[in-house]
Design a protein around this ligand. Structure first.
Ligand code: IMP
Length: 429
């Protein structure tokens, strides 16, 4: 009777989906509680690869109930495509998925707004949004007057509501939009589309807040699936180069409705190196052949947008910060196989900012932009570890690397991954 949480400790794409899929059978319920279609969670089962955006990564396990909680923002067309894709491969989400009627919807105007906002340069750079309408949808949620929740597309006044909001959005965006950019904001077309969404989503729409509380009180085990990574957290990340939700551990309760007293274990997921998609400072970024080598071997291209991910060495300053922030009990170190192609590996142990050694992750993006990594060089293992299934059989250099990462972060390693398949995972405790 507790909740275990899986949280990304870097800038997203840490392979949380794989871990959630592995842990799901030991739990009764998997809860996705923030973010939206900007997330891309990959689950590999045998020769099948599933790319999930909204649906929790426990969906492949029929005995597990999967919940999309109030903190998620859903883009219904993408969600329905995802459900159809699962159905076409023999998985029926109607059997084990429920969606909170409180969850907000990403509407067509949000996608247009995201495109317009993303043209804005912030501190010399674009945020590089995934253009899934995430920021504008969360902005309307907080603004309250023009938001749409799942419950709203099931309500009798849907037509009037859509007419009212479309009219407002057209007036508001006219000053900023390019020619033709508002053509998709047609109230009757959006109404027709929303009726179709409502028809299909009605059977899945539930009061998930009471459901998860009932489950906890009945002694069930919950698994909370974080999306994105802690460094993209709206309050604690590399603002303004962040996403619009609380992607660190602090978002678990607000997004899901699970009070902190039930949270018993938090697993922090990080790659053995670093990646980032979109704009924003990234002190250990490698703009050279080594960065390209990591990208090629790690197949570091975005699940949602296909964009090449920026790659660099492991940043212990950043992960030490996010592990503390998210209250991490165990680290799950992913992609150890990708680092198995180097004679030497660098780990950033501190920054130099304006000539001073800094060990605490800075608050301001501009400070982080000036941060020069101070590296410690470790011996690489330079061998294929994709077939290793027992931690004792890992090369000595790989064990030293893991030990040093754990020391620098101050958290024991509980899971090590050496490839995308379920079998390529070692649980240490
Ligand atoms: P947005 O969440 O689409 O507004 O994007 C804001 C920033 O977060 C951009 O830099 C994105 O590339 C990044 N981002 C959003 N979702 C993810 C994710 O799931 N993985 C990695 N980066 C993400």
């Amino acid at each position: 009777m507790s909740a275990t949480c899986v949280i990304g400790l870097q800038w997203g794409d840490e392979a949380k989906g794989k871990l959630v899929d592995l842990l799901a059978p030991r739990h009764d319920v998997v809860v996705r509680y923030q973010g939206g279609a900007n997330a891309g969670h990959t689950v590999v089962s045998g020769d099948q690869v599933y790319k999930l955006h909204h649906v929790p990564s426990g969906i492949l396990h029929r005995s597990v109930t999967n919940v999309i909680a109030p903190g998620v923002v859903m883009e219904p067309t993408t969600l329905l495509k995802e459900l159809d894709g699962l159905q076409s491969r023999g998985i029926n989400p109607l059997e084990n998925l429920m969606i909170s009627e409180r969850a907000h919807l990403v509407m067509p105007w949000h996608i247009v707004e995201d495109r317009i906002s993303n043209r804005q340069i912030v501190s010399g750079e674009s945020i590089g949004s995934t253009l899934r309408g995430i920021g504008p949808c969360y902005r309307d949620k907080v603004g309250r007057t023009h938001a749409m929740r799942l419950a709203d597309i099931l309500a009798p006044n849907l037509k009037e509501r859509i007419e009212e909001i479309t009219e407002y959005k057209r007036r508001w965006l006219t000053a900023l939009a390019d020619d033709g950019e508002l053509d998709s904001l047609n109230a009757s077309a959006i109404y027709e589309m929303a009726c179709g969404w409502g028809e299909r989503l009605r059977p899945l729409s539930k009061d998930t807040t009471h459901f998860v509380l009932d489950q906890l009180e009945a002694g069930k085990q919950l698994l909370m699936e974080g999306a994105q990574g802690s460094l993209l957290d709206i309050d604690h990340g590399t603002y303004p180069f962040v996403t619009s939700s609380n992607a660190s551990g602090v978002g678990i309760s607000s997004g899901s409705g699970v009070p902190a007293k039930w949270i018993k274990k938090v697993i922090g997921v990080c790659k053995a190196y670093s990646t980032r998609v979109g704009g924003g400072p990234f002190p250990t970024e490698l703009m050279d052949a080594t960065g390209q080598k990591i990208r090629d071997i790690g197949r570091e291209y975005g699940t949602t947008t296909g964009r090449p991910r920026r790659c660099g060495w492991f940043d212990a300053v950043a992960v030490r910060y996010t592990a503390r922030l998210s209250g991490i009990d165990r680290l799950s170190l992913m992609m150890m196989d990708v680092l198995g192609h180097f004679n030497e590996i660098q780990v950033c142990v501190a920054y130099e900012i304006d000539g001073k050694r800094v060990e605490q992750f800075p608050c301001l993006a501009d400070d982080l932009r000036r941060a020069k990594p101070i590296y410690e060089t470790l011996k690489g293992w330079n061998q294929d570890v994709t077939g290793v299934r027992d931690i004792d059989a890992m090369p000595a250099e790989a064990k030293s690397y893991m030990k040093r990462i754990s020391e620098l972060i101050g958290v024991p390693i509980g899971v090590v991954s050496v490839g995308p398949d379920r079998e390529q995972t070692m649980f240490l405790d």
